[in-house]
Design a protein around this ligand. Structure first.
Ligand code: NAD
Length: 492
């Protein structure tokens, strides 16, 4: 099993690997062992400005923006094929860098392939409309790319969440500057090189690694940045929205969640248990839309919780790169400590917790492994129930009536996702409308596809990614009105 990545990583600016101006490099650790994995350049505000300059020039001069879409579509299809061919190599790097299992990384990279294909298919379908207006006039709209778009990504799905917004922005004809998360920049750097080789012109896709405070803010506050797509925490999302608002720049915010899973007494409990586990334990629970609050009817709570606990206990923890591992480590020591802190606090306050301990055995003891946890008896006001844990921790809250379930489900600042398990079609559709969430799943674990919209209500965000509108979202409309001067219009 590879312990280090023997590949040199540089920033990717203007079509080539570019060392950081300050020459500093940052060591990344393998989360399974906390031993050095590789080094990456620590980019600076100067590097951010260099990338914006390259992007602006490419937007103006490369022809990417004014193409009818066919060149962009072809380049993106080639990119999807190239990524598919290198899926294994990308998956291994993602796993070693972030910790998730190889199976999960393969799924992520496959999803990126589909995302790029989907965007490619839309690239030549960005068009305006003609609008009937009074008198002898002709009115139409144009859809133009925004210019230089900035994309700031988190570490939990490093390539997937970066490309979810980058692909449509490229398809629409923009020039992109991407800042991956400080901990997980490797696959984004590899992807930029692949895009260049697939025919994306130099300067159209740039990647700058570095800290959020320095590189991220330099990108968002620069006058050349025409839009910001941010995926990450609520706290940083607020800061970015404030900075972008000062410049009146559109922002998409994909933020955190505290998603409810409502189980009615008539649900298929076997399927529900599997779906609940699949909604909280994959990716070691580091999912924005994790179904972290199980709201279950009191009459079936004991039976359902036993099933979920059995699934949780059976997870085989191990390094992501070991094919037999079913749950990898958390991304960093800090993240593992944070998650354990939530569980310990709940335990001290009297909650019953199955699991939720640090894996201490010889093979795992140096990594950031936390056993999946099911927490019963925590109050609705406790931190484990209210705050985003971002780890494999499920809190259980029983309810007696449907009204109470809906009230509990909506009793959160967030509104990203909600799931509902019932065999009754009427209840399913009625409750789906009452849930304050951008995405609702009925008898289904959290699931998404490039063609389905992804976004949150309330503090979970602003705007949606994916779906038919994804490419349009990276364009602006221009209305053109033409006076035909021919007097009163006549029928042909
Ligand atoms: P984070 O907010 O700490 O960081 C996200 C990105 O922002 C990183 O690239 C970081 O370097 C950058 N950043 C930090 N400070 C910045 C600043 N001042 N200006 C500009 N950029 C800055 O989030 P994280 O810890 O990487 O990811 C976890 C969070 O992301 C969780 O809250 C999770 O729910 C959320 N998330 C949301 C979605 C979604 O689609 N809604 C998906 C995944 C993760």
């Amino acid at each position: 099993m590879a312990a280090r990545i023997e590949e040199t990583f540089e920033l990717f600016i203007d079509g080539r690997p570019t060392p950081a101006t300050r020459g500093e490099r940052r060591t990344l650790l393998n989360p399974a062992t906390n031993t050095p994995l590789t080094e990456v350049p620590a980019g600076s505000a100067d590097d951010a400005r260099h990338a914006l300059e390259a992007a602006e020039k490419a937007f103006r001069d490369s022809g990417w923006a004014i193409d009818d879409g066919s060149r962009r579509a072809k380049a993106l299809y080639r990119l999807a094929r190239a990524l598919e061919e290198q899926l294994e190599a990308f998956a291994l790097v993602e796993t070693l860098n972030m910790g998730k299992t190889l199976k999960e990384s393969r799924g992520d990279i496959g999803y990126v392939v589909r995302t790029v294909e989907y965007a490619a298919g839309l690239a030549d379908k960005v068009q305006g409309e003609t609008i009937p207006v009074p008198g002898s006039r002709f009115d139409y709209t144009l859809r133009e790319p925004l210019g230089v778009t900035v994309h700031i990504a988190p570490w939990n799905y490093p390539l997937l969440l970066a490309i979810r917004s980058v692909a449509p922005a490229l398809a629409a004809g923009n020039a992109v500057v991407l800042k991956p998360a400080t901990l997980t920049p490797l696959t984004a750097l590899k992807f930029a090189k692949l895009a260049h080789d697939a025919g994306v012109p130099p300067g159209i896709l740039n990647v700058v690694t570095g800290s959020g405070g320095e590189v991220g803010e330099a990108l968002v506050t620069d006058p050349r940045c025409r839009s910001v797509a941010f995926t990450g925490s609520l706290e940083v999302g607020r800061r970015i929205a404030e900075l972008a608002a000062r410049r009146v720049v559109p922002t998409t915010l994909e933020l955190g969640g505290k998603s409810p899973v409502v189980v009615l007494p008539d649900a298929d409990l076997e399927r529900a248990a599997r779906g609940i586990a699949f909604g909280i334990f994959p990716n070691a629970g580091q999912m924005c839309w994790a179904g972290s609050r199980l709201l279950v009817h009191a009459s079936v709570a004991k039976e359902l919780v036993e099933k979920v606990v059995a699934i949780a206990k059976a997870y085989r923890l191990g390094p992501g790169a070991d094919p037999s591992s079913e749950m990898g480590p958390l991304v960093s020591r800090e993240q593992a400590d944070r998650v354990l802190g939530f569980v310990d606090e709940a335990r001290s306050a009297g909650a019953r917790v199955a699991g939720g301990t640090k894996a201490a055995e010889e093979a795992l003891g140096h990594g950031n492994f936390v056993r999946p946890a099911v927490v019963e008896g925590a109050t609705p006001a406790s931190r484990v129930v209210r705050e985003e844990v971002f780890g494999p921790v499920l809190s259980v809250l029983p309810f007696e009536t449907v009204d109470e379930a809906v009230r509990l489900a909506n009793d959160t600042d967030y509104g990203l996702f909600a799931a509902l398990w019932t065999r009754d079609l009427g209840s399913a559709h009625t409750i789906a409308r009452q849930l304050e969430a951008g995405m609702v799943a009925v008898n289904e674990a959290p699931n998404t596809f490039p063609q389905t919209p992804f976004g949150g209500y309330k503090a979970s965000g602003l705007g949606f990614e994916q779906g038919l509108d994804a490419v349009k979202a990276y364009t602006r409309r221009k209305n053109v009105m033409v006076q035909l001067g021919g007097g009163k219009p006549k029928r042909a």
